[in-house]
Design a protein around this ligand. Structure first.
Ligand code: AGP
Length: 613
């Protein structure tokens, strides 16, 4: 949700900033801008910003835009519409200060009023502009002092980077609730809200914690608190493959990430399965068997797709470990003053590790003394650090807004957790081994599902012709339907609604007609007969059907005029079937969006990580 990049060093900043912004664009893409500090004694701040994509900004950048210190931003609008004026960077009245900011300033309205009373002319609708003026008006003698003084008046969240014409050798950055990573080069320094913008230049990084600021100059960085007392941060070298952030020969990141699933699934399982004892090893969980046995309930929290896969995870835990488990949207949890129980294990799940609602849920649980573990993809992210223990998902960088490979690895992370919880309880060694073998086979089976792509392409294009669709499933299949509907609406902008198959006749059946297709999840399990019954009810009302099922399932004699397309998926163990069916729905959503000619990696109104409440 908004991306920040900054540079100070011997090179021209503008091309580096634009390149970095291009890599951050998945974080927000309604406008973009950069500011550089011009060379020489008479240095001044130059700003270029524009509604639209980074390439629109690059196309219109003035030819002479030189400066070796600069900051850039790609925006996802919160305060005010996406237009040139509201785009970042924002400047103060004199044009000395330029600031880029992620997050939300909660007391912006009051501060705007104070500034207006003091005669300041605010030109944008944003909360960020307030900060530019506060810094510009500060009488502190250093840029560090000016920024700290301005921040003392701010309530809210921020990751920000500031330039000032009077201090042309530096950038001051600050973090509170929005990520910032410092990249350390050879006599040059970078800052970004996401590693993606840094890896091309350096893999030596330092993380800032909330409540900390840093000053970057070409020769190094220093970190300090708001009272300007030093808080040293050491640098670490990351093992990162810079090409992981490139789409390569693929037409989109989503397609690349879809196709990576067999490989990343293998990675999350690697070294974690124990064939002999039919269990899993999860070192990062940091819970011994006695502590695992003491757990009486599991509560899973995540947002969006992470919440839906959390529902799949809760099902796995109940089935394998027979511990009551449920999932809840992290965005709601904190607001109902949740009861935190000592014998409950709270599991938060997040690809980015930055989703603010999930992070705040972790903080609420910890504040009340609950034990929380994280299933997180991004190593060292805020949620991973706040949890302190959990299961890393090893899916690699996920760039497309629509989550695919991270979601698959979340499911596998839950399977590993459920297996371990089960094996310290009543799950037999035979059942444990059965699941270990099935998990080992899953990466190849995901590959088999991906091989169905040619068959699914035309089908997806036909589904895309409908403006409204149902996705239905029962018990294990219901979260699959929810995730399928989510993926479909996210990137096709079609109305896709998930329902429990059993609930159809309690209302939504009224909407079934030839223009409203239903995608049904019908695994070969104890509910097959009932699921098939519901298909007949839909077909009898002229509703077209896409049935995601197993070859062994007999759909019976559906009315001859009914439009039915079945997609047979390889069988796993029934507890694990949901993920194979989910991959089918990912492919359908992808090709439906492609047939509509949409920008799949950057769906309208969305951003990759949601770092505002
Ligand atoms: C997934 O396709 C969505 N873009 C979205 O629902 C996402 O899963 C959600 O915002 C949570 O993100 P996280 O996993 O990074 O916490």
């Amino acid at each position: 949700m908004c991306g920040i990049v900054g540079y100070v060093g011997p090179q021209q900043a503008a091309p580096l900033l634009l390149e970095g912004l291009g890599r951050l664009e998945h974080r927000g893409y309604d406008s973009a801008g950069i500011a550089v500090l011009g060379p020489g004694k008479e240095s001044r701040v130059r700003v270029a910003k524009k509604a639209g994509r980074v390439r629109d900004l690059a196309d219109e950048l003035p030819k002479r835009f030189s400066g070796k210190v600069g900051v850039g931003h790609t925006r996802w609008a919160t305060h005010g519409p996406a237009n040139d004026v509201n785009a970042h960077p924002h400047v103060d009245t004199k044009g000395d200060v330029a600031i880029v900011h992620n997050g939300i300033i909660d007391n912006a309205a009051a501060l705007r009023a104070d500034l207006a009373d003091a005669g300041v002319d605010l030109v944008s609708d944003t909360d960020t502009e307030v900060l530019a003026h506060l810094i510009g008006r500060s009488e502190a003698q250093t840029l560090e002092g000016k920024v700290a003084e301005a921040l003392a008046r701010i309530e809210g969240t921020y990751g920000l980077a500031v330039l000032h014409a009077a201090y042309p050798d530096r950038i001051v950055v600050a973090r509170n609730g929005s990520p910032l990573i410092i990249g350390i080069g050879d006599h040059e320094m970078f800052v970004a809200s996401d590693l993606a913008a840094l890896v091309r230049y350096t893999t030596r990084v330092a993380h800032l914690d909330d409540g900390e600021l840093a000053t970057l100059t070409a020769d190094g960085f220093s970190t300090y608190r708001h009272d300007l007392t030093s808080v040293p941060r050491s640098a670490t070298d990351l093992e990162l493959d810079p090409t992981a952030y490139d789409a390569g020969e693929h037409e989109s990141f989503m397609r690349k990430e879809l196709l990576e699933q067999p490989e990343v699934a293998e990675r999350v399982l690697r070294g974690r399965l124990d064939e002999r004892f039919g269990t899993s090893h999860l070192g990062g969980l940091d819970l011994d068997p006695r502590e695992l046995r003491a757990i009486r309930r599991v509560k899973i929290l995540g947002c969006g797709s992470a919440y839906y896969v959390g529902q799949m995870g809760a099902g796995l835990i109940e089935e394998l470990a027979r511990i009551p488990a449920d999932a809840e949207a992290a965005s709601e949890f904190r607001y109902r003053n949740p009861i935190i129980e000592p014998e409950t294990l709270y599991v938060v799940v997040s690809q980015s590790g930055e989703t603010i609602d999930t992070l705040l849920a972790v903080q609420e649980i910890r504040r009340k003394g609950g034990q929380v573990v994280g299933l997180v993809n991004v190593v060292g992210s805020a949620i991973a650090r706040e949890c302190g223990r959990g299961i890393y998902l090893h899916a690699g960088p996920e760039v497309a807004v629509a989550s695919t490979k991270a979601l698959t690895n979340m499911f596998l992370g839950f399977a590993l957790l459920a297996l371990q919880l089960g094996r310290v309880r009543d799950l037999s060694i035979a059942d444990g081994r059965r699941l270990v073998a099935a998990l080992q086979a899953l990466p190849a089976q995901i590959g088999e599902v991906l091989a169905l792509e040619p068959e699914l392409t035309g089908l997806a294009a036909r589904l895309a012709e409908s403006h409204s669709l149902f996705f239905i499933g029962r018990v294990r299949g219901f979260p699959v339907a929810r995730e399928g509907a989510q993926k479909f609406k996210e990137i096709t902008y079609r109305h896709a609604e998930a329902y429990q198959t059993s609930e159809l006749k309690h209302g939504p059946l009224a909407l079934i007609e030839p223009s409203v297709p239903t995608v049904a999840i019908v695994p070969d399990d104890e509910l097959t007969e009932r699921n098939v019954g519901a298909l007949h009810e839909v077909a009898a009302r002229g509703g077209p059907l896409v049935v995601v099922t197993h070859a062994s399932v007999d759909l019976g004699d559906l009315p001859s005029q009914a439009s039915v397309h079945r997609v047979d998926v390889p069988r796993s163990e029934r507890e694990l079937d949901p993920i194979l069916m989910t991959v089918v729905l990912q492919i359908l959503a992808y090709h439906a969006a492609q047939s509509l000619g949409l920008d799949i990696d950057k769906p309208r109104n969305l951003a990759k990580s949601v770092t505002v409440e």
